[in-house]
Write a protein that binds this ligand. Sequence first.
Ligand code: PLP
Length: 404
Amino acid sequence: MNADLTSLRSEFPLLAAAPQLHYLDSAATAQIHRAALDAVVRHETNRRANVMRGTYALAEAADLAFDQARQTVARFLNAAAPDEIVFTSGATASLNLVAQAFGNTLRAGDRVLISVAEHHSNFVPWQMLRERTGIELALIPVTADGELDLAHLPELMGSNCRLVAVTQCSNVTGAWTDVAAIVTAARKVGARVLLDGAQAVQHGPQDVRALGVDFYAFSGHKCFGSGGVGVLYGRSELLAAMPPFLGGGGMIGEVTFADTTWAAPPQRFEAGTPPIAQAIGLAAALDWMMTLDWAQIHAHEQQLCGLLIEGLQRIPQLRLLGPAAAASRAPIVSFDIEGLHPHDICQVLDSRNLALRGGHHCAQPLLAALGVEACTRASIALYNDEADIRALLDGLAEVRRTLT
Ligand code: PLP
């Protein structure tokens, strides 16, 4: 590990307390950074009060901290204004919010284009919308490597496409999406673009304006913050034109028996008490992320990913899913070993303090396209090192000894 990165592991309380643990499941949940945990504890200890309701000093301090958290997220995403940031309970809630609220502006016959590589969170909400409104749902296929096959994008969009909703990076293969090609094609037919950034955010700050997307969704627990909080970025004019999804406190202008008017965004989409401490913890994690040298971290993650791929390629009967080149993917590596169930593989690895996920990874359409029912996934984050990769390769040698 590069000299400057060696101390990173000690900044994560769980990893610092468990030196024997090889945590290779950051695509499911990244470990929480000390700054995020401290910010949550500080908030709950000193400023715990509801937000946007109280007029006493404590409530005003909570309001201020919550507002600042929104500003930090806006900076992390390079949004044009903090009001473009909606706090949700996670990426799933953010994606459902678009499917419900933006979805309510669509009509039967309008098309939504998603891809085979989507996590179920960006698949099922669109099927539900199709059921409710009669929209057309179309699918971008994947290549044999699991990358989005954009060869027939214009035909797939047709002239009635209103939204393209795709993942920025696959949670199974790590393959990055060519967002620029999608945005360019979408603009030609006036379609909006929703990017599921759940897997991208832990690999560095994002720039929604450079990406050119209209909506962007992610979860706090995947970028070193707390669970229970997520973000939906939406261009302000789009949010302003959308009806609310959930009704309740905080999202109204005025309520009478006859009628209710809506608050302006982002409050229109934050009915009820928001995840206040979690948002403040997330902002602390993002603030910390914005101090890091991401070129150095990417080089480190890619080096580990390359080492792992090289080692896996030497294992007989092992099929690597996704692009073979480490540079074409985020450091997420899934594989299938002929005749072995991923749950059995993960159990043997667990006995050697290796935490990996086996299963369908909430991406059954992608796994079906790749010809497997389940697979084992190792996901690498900035706190991993060569010892983790060596332990995994040794663990897989043990798997072959004991299970075959
Ligand atoms: N999208 C992708 C690509 C994911 O990998 C995940 C979670 O693994 C989600 C969406 C859903 O995230 P969450 O469960 O935090 O809502």
